[in-house]
Design a protein around this ligand. Structure first.
Ligand SMILES: [Zn+2]
Length: 98
Protein backbone atom coordinates (compact mmCIF):
# COMPACT_ATOMS: atom_id res chain seq x y z
CA UNK A 1 0.00 0.00 0.00
CA UNK A 2 1.33 3.37 -1.02
CA UNK A 3 1.28 5.77 1.93
CA UNK A 4 0.57 8.61 -0.49
CA UNK A 5 -2.94 7.26 -0.62
CA UNK A 6 -3.39 8.29 3.03
CA UNK A 7 -3.80 11.83 1.75
CA UNK A 8 -6.66 10.90 -0.50
CA UNK A 9 -10.16 12.02 0.15
CA UNK A 10 -12.28 9.79 2.37
CA UNK A 11 -9.38 7.95 3.98
CA UNK A 12 -10.31 9.35 7.38
CA UNK A 13 -13.91 8.28 6.88
CA UNK A 14 -12.75 4.79 6.01
CA UNK A 15 -10.71 4.66 9.23
CA UNK A 16 -13.73 5.73 11.23
CA UNK A 17 -15.75 2.93 9.64
CA UNK A 18 -13.03 0.46 10.57
CA UNK A 19 -13.04 1.63 14.17
CA UNK A 20 -16.80 1.44 14.54
CA UNK A 21 -16.94 -1.97 12.85
CA UNK A 22 -14.84 -3.51 15.61
CA UNK A 23 -12.52 -5.11 13.05
CA UNK A 24 -9.42 -3.63 14.64
CA UNK A 25 -7.41 -4.97 17.53
CA UNK A 26 -7.26 -2.63 20.54
CA UNK A 27 -3.70 -1.57 19.72
CA UNK A 28 -4.58 -0.87 16.09
CA UNK A 29 -7.66 1.03 17.14
CA UNK A 30 -5.65 3.23 19.52
CA UNK A 31 -3.11 4.08 16.85
CA UNK A 32 -5.84 4.74 14.29
CA UNK A 33 -7.51 7.17 16.68
CA UNK A 34 -4.17 8.86 17.22
CA UNK A 35 -3.77 9.14 13.45
CA UNK A 36 -7.21 10.73 13.09
CA UNK A 37 -6.43 13.12 15.91
CA UNK A 38 -2.84 14.13 15.17
CA UNK A 39 -1.96 12.86 11.70
CA UNK A 40 0.55 10.35 10.37
CA UNK A 41 3.62 12.35 11.31
CA UNK A 42 2.68 12.24 14.98
CA UNK A 43 3.04 8.45 15.05
CA UNK A 44 6.27 6.84 16.19
CA UNK A 45 8.07 4.52 13.78
CA UNK A 46 6.63 1.52 15.59
CA UNK A 47 3.13 2.97 15.44
CA UNK A 48 3.53 3.76 11.75
CA UNK A 49 4.51 0.16 11.16
CA UNK A 50 1.43 -1.14 12.96
CA UNK A 51 -0.77 1.40 11.21
CA UNK A 52 0.60 0.56 7.75
CA UNK A 53 0.09 -3.15 8.37
CA UNK A 54 -3.42 -2.53 9.64
CA UNK A 55 -4.32 -0.56 6.51
CA UNK A 56 -2.76 -3.22 4.31
CA UNK A 57 -4.71 -5.98 6.03
CA UNK A 58 -7.98 -4.07 5.83
CA UNK A 59 -7.87 -2.86 2.27
CA UNK A 60 -7.94 -4.16 -1.27
CA UNK A 61 -5.41 -2.72 -3.71
CA UNK A 62 -7.54 -3.07 -6.79
CA UNK A 63 -10.91 -4.39 -7.80
CA UNK A 64 -10.75 -8.15 -8.35
CA UNK A 65 -13.09 -7.85 -11.35
CA UNK A 66 -12.05 -4.78 -13.36
CA UNK A 67 -8.67 -4.02 -11.76
CA UNK A 68 -9.40 -0.36 -11.04
CA UNK A 69 -8.03 1.07 -7.83
CA UNK A 70 -10.71 1.21 -5.18
CA UNK A 71 -11.38 4.62 -3.62
CA UNK A 72 -11.43 4.76 0.16
CA UNK A 73 -15.13 5.58 0.25
CA UNK A 74 -15.81 2.18 -1.37
CA UNK A 75 -13.13 0.27 0.50
CA UNK A 76 -15.16 -0.77 3.48
CA UNK A 77 -17.83 -2.31 1.23
CA UNK A 78 -15.11 -3.97 -0.84
CA UNK A 79 -13.86 -5.81 2.25
CA UNK A 80 -17.23 -7.48 2.55
CA UNK A 81 -17.99 -8.19 -1.11
CA UNK A 82 -14.77 -9.94 -2.00
CA UNK A 83 -12.78 -6.95 -3.25
CA UNK A 84 -15.09 -5.36 -5.79
CA UNK A 85 -15.43 -1.68 -6.61
CA UNK A 86 -18.85 -0.11 -6.36
CA UNK A 87 -19.54 -0.46 -10.07
CA UNK A 88 -18.61 -4.12 -10.23
CA UNK A 89 -20.56 -4.87 -7.09
CA UNK A 90 -23.68 -3.58 -8.86
CA UNK A 91 -22.83 -5.52 -11.99
CA UNK A 92 -22.32 -8.63 -9.91
CA UNK A 93 -25.69 -8.16 -8.22
CA UNK A 94 -27.35 -7.92 -11.62
CA UNK A 95 -25.70 -11.10 -12.80
CA UNK A 96 -26.71 -12.90 -9.63
CA UNK A 97 -30.33 -11.93 -10.13
CA UNK A 98 -30.54 -13.01 -13.76
ZN1 LIG B 1 -14.42 -3.04 -10.54
Amino acid sequence: MDSIRYNEEDFDGFLEELISSGRLEPKEEGITKLYLDKGYDALSDKQKYVFDKMVENNSVDECTRCGCSIPWCEMFAALDNGGLCNYCEHMQEKIDKE
